[in-house]
Write a protein of this length. Structure first.
Length: 170
């Protein structure tokens, strides 16, 4: 859940959408430069994640679909409705990534969507942390995203005390 931040639902939806893309990129080992939320001229928001690699692999299809999966999980809106509205471009890019391998090696877009949904569910706490950081800062560089995605240290955890080697003086 979001802490008590003065934000509107559209900003939060974009943050969760982009955070899901970032988390997927990290888990799929697809590097990117930065992610940001931009306020549009009409008072809305849009998100941008600048990828380094060209998006033509099955992993990129999963990455493209993960944003809508995260937004759907946060908002409760059906994912198919998001593909008709806010995530149209993501769906088109995922289809292009699936089709880029040619008909013989084509990846089914449905299986990429299932993988994206599983990835989002398995990493939801990381996505929430990342969405909050993105709302607070508007823009995160790749190294900042990695710091946010590091698992938190459990309460009460202490560094193990390794036994010291006894020096032998002969």
């Amino acid at each position: 859940m979001l802490p008590f931040l003065a934000i509107d639902a559209e900003c939060a939806a974009v943050a969760y959408h982009e955070a899901s893309h970032c988390c997927a990129a990290h888990r799929l080992q697809i590097p990117f430069r930065f992610v940001e939320i931009i306020r549009t001229d009409n008072g809305g928001y849009r998100g941008v994640m600048r990828s380094i690699a060209h998006r033509t692999t099955p992993r990129h299809a999963v990455l493209d679909l993960a944003g809508a999966c995260g937004e759907a999980r946060w908002s409760g809106e059906p994912i198919l409705e998001l593909f008709r509205t806010t995530a149209k471009t993501d769906l088109r890019m995922a289809r292009d990534a699936c089709d880029a391998l040619g008909p013989r090696h084509r990846v089914d877009i449905y299986s990429a969507l299932v993988q994206a949904q599983k990835l989002v569910e398995a990493n939801w706490s990381s996505i929430e942390r990342l969405a909050i950081a993105l709302i607070e800062r508007d823009r995160l560089e790749y190294d900042e995203v990695l710091r946010v995605l590091q698992p938190p240290i459990p309460v009460g955890w202490r560094s193990p005390r390794w036994p010291r080697q006894q020096a032998s003086f002969r």
